[in-house]
Design a protein around this ligand. Sequence first.
Ligand SMILES: [Zn+2]
Ligand SMILES: [Zn+2]
Length: 157
Amino acid sequence: MHQPPAVCAVCQRSLDIRIDARGASYVHPPGAQQDHAPVPVPPAAGWRGHCDFCSEHPATHTLPVRDFTVALEHPLAKLTGTDWKSRGNWAACGVCAHLLENQEWDQLRERAINAFVSTYPGPVDTNLNRLMFGELFRVLQQKTTGPVRPVEDGDQS
Ligand SMILES: [Zn+2]
Ligand SMILES: [Zn+2]
């Protein structure tokens, strides 16, 4: 089953792919605005998305990451109630890139949670989010294949 990368036409975030009993579908990444349904469209040439960590726009850096799937048995999937797939590199804004360069994963987690809380409509369980993002970033660290680098023109991340 192959799903091409897609961005949301409404918020211009790159979309994640979720696979469940109904098959594959596009979902907003953690930290994206959750006030609308994703409208998947192919990314335009030279498209530059939001930061995958804190939603800042535009992303200026890219973190090389191997595709990974968080299986249902994984604690992270238990927390979110679904398995979860990351495709391609992660985009980062200047601030998040700085935190990545310095391996400040705890600060990065707090920044991501703050961004998520500010866009999420409804009550947020901060402890649960701290667990979720902590676990997500722990997996992400294992899948990172190199240092964060500035996006060059013509880069597709
Ligand atoms: Zn959207
Ligand atoms: Zn950021």
